[in-house]
Write a protein that binds this ligand. Sequence first.
Ligand code: G1P
Length: 297
Amino acid sequence: MTSAAAKSIRPSIRKAVFPVAGMGTRFLPATKVMPKEMLTVHDRPLIQHAIEEAIKAGIEEFIFVTNTDKKILEDHFKPQDKLEKILSERGKNDALNIIRQSNLKKDQIKITYQDEPLGLGHAIWCAKELVGNDPFAVFLTDDIILNDHGCMAQMIDVYNQKGGNVIALENIPKADTGKYGIADAHQSENNIFVIQNLVEKPNPEEAPSTLSIVGRYILQPEIMTYLAAHEKGAGGEIQLTDSMAKLIKDQTFHGLEFQGQRFDCGGALGFIEANIAYGLSDPAIKDMLLQNLKKYK
Ligand code: G1P
């Protein structure tokens, strides 16, 4: 079968789940009132970086798994009439275009609630009705990836070739395996791996490799069957990684070592580094930023 023919029989990835109910405790006091997904890298919040990557990948429906205190996240993607009116009256057309670019259509955002912080696996399970029987993408907004093409678009290319489930992978220092899900995998071609097993946050001595899961997934809807068991794993939480490890027995999982620079914005170091890297990617401030950074050696 040609790859074009293979592509045509796969359901396309139209929906993405964004688990955004977390309390952001690693980012206090910034997140005392403001959701961590609204923290700004360069000129836009983390959630907007993720949505833009999703749009580049052809995603049309955005499912937020949220909590009742986070209405600001939906509002960010709705037209802000008062602001648009003022900008329009003042002839600030550039600013008007910038804010309009983040407006989504009303039916593109779907909201569901995670009432208790029981873990990532539980958050994804909360989206089961909205996901339905379609394969879907997952974006963890702590992870942002600087790449013109976009990490999810690269993963969809792999999905169109291979089908099944696809996870973004990154090689990390051995000392860091306890911070991430880790894949037991072998390389099949170029940057694509066949995954045999996944382990959530293993100690370096027990880790099957140094290939860590980055917060981008393409999952088949059958993952919900395993998540429904609500079994607790690492850290006493319901882990997505544990249910994926069970689904591997029935379905293929490929890993993609993607092109692009990933920043773990779940902590101050990655977040500040992301701001510098995204700032340096903006021609309007690059030279001055480089110049100014020299002061801090
Ligand atoms: C989650 C996942 C983990 C993955 C990581 C990527 O962990 O459970 O497998 O490697 O995201 O950022 P968390 O960062 O929520 O602890």
